[in-house]
Every structure is written in C-alpha cells, then in structure tokens.
Write a protein that binds this ligand. Structure first.
Ligand code: ZN
Ligand code: ZN
Length: 173
C-alpha cells in the first residue's frame, strides 16, 4: 500500500533552507479517523516542508469532508472543511509541540488525522440563523411556517393579574 503521507526528509535535514512540497489525496479509510462524521471522500493534503536549523516545519492545509445533521432542524449536512496546519518535526524533540522525525521520515498521517478531528464542528448548524423545528408541531420552520408560530403569551403579568383578582375578590375593609 502506498504511504503518501510518509515523507523522506533525509535531503531536507542535510540542507537547512531546502524545501519540499507534498500534495496528496489520501483515502479517508487509510487515515482511520474512527469517526462516523468523516465521509469516504479522499482527504487532500497540501503542505510545504522547510528545513530549519532545528527541524522541519510543515505548513499548509488539509481538506476533508464530513456529514452530520443540523443541531436545530436535523437536516442532513454534507460539508467540506479546510484546516490550516502549522507543525514542527525534530530529530531530537525539544519543542513540546513538535513531532518526532523517525528514520529520516516524517509521517504526516497522525497530524492530519488530529487536525481534521479537532476542526469538526461539535454542534453544527445548517445556517447560523436556522429556525429549527417547531417544539409544538415538529415542522421544520425553515421550510414551513406553522400555526404555532405565535410566541407563547407573555406571562410576566399573570402574577399581577391573579393578585389583582384576589384583591378584588376579597372583601373591602
Ligand atoms: Zn438547521
Ligand atoms: Zn408548529
């Protein structure tokens, strides 16, 4: 099986300042997201590797597709996300955020997986202004106005009304 996300960086490490670009489409199954929200669409990885004195920086973007449902109206959603990545790889890991370069290779897969999973929306909305489902009749208010659209009567005055009626019921004196 091809491993497009394993990059040999021996030449980069030998020559600080040198660069390498990775432009790959990887089957989402190969990334093993373990998350139902990720679709079968290939994940596109476009990153630029640059050899620095203390390691190799990896910057660029990852594109993936997810599906789910709107948290308010429950319509199915299919969306693409683009995640900007900025990572550091070191032979001897010194930076706490850096990843290890092992056997002169950088394996981008764990970083791609983690960045995509972190970018998935926890509570997606089909549109910011989604009107949701009517709590009374259940229609999708984005498509269908319903008779229950009237907001419930403002009952701030109920207490006052009942107080008034009690006062008027009570004998004067
Ligand atoms: Zn919605
Ligand atoms: Zn309704």
């Amino acid at each position: 099986m091809a491993k497009p996300l394993i990059v040999n960086v021996l030449e980069l490490l030998r020559r600080p300042g040198s660069t390498k670009d990775v432009d790959a489409a990887v089957s989402s199954a190969d990334i093993e997201f373990g998350d139902d929200r990720i679709t079968d669409k290939p994940v596109r990885v476009n990153v630029h590797l640059e050899s620095l004195t203390d390691g190799v920086s990896v910057t660029g973007s990852v594109h993936a597709a997810w599906h789910g449902e709107c948290r308010r109206c429950l319509v199915p959603m299919n969306r693409d996300i683009e995640v900007a990545v900025t990572e550091m790889y070191q032979v001897v890991v010194q930076d706490p955020d850096a990843h290890a370069i092992e056997l002169d290779q950088i394996n981008l897969l764990p970083m791609v997986r983690e960045n995509v999973l972190l970018a998935l929306p926890l509570a997606p909305l089909c549109v910011e202004s989604c009107a949701g489902l009517c709590p009374s009749c259940g229609v999708n208010r984005n498509d269908t106005p319903c008779a229950c659209e009237e907001p419930p009567a403002d009952n701030r005055w109920d207490a006052l009304d009942s107080l008034k009626s009690r006062l008027s019921d009570s004998p004067e004196g």
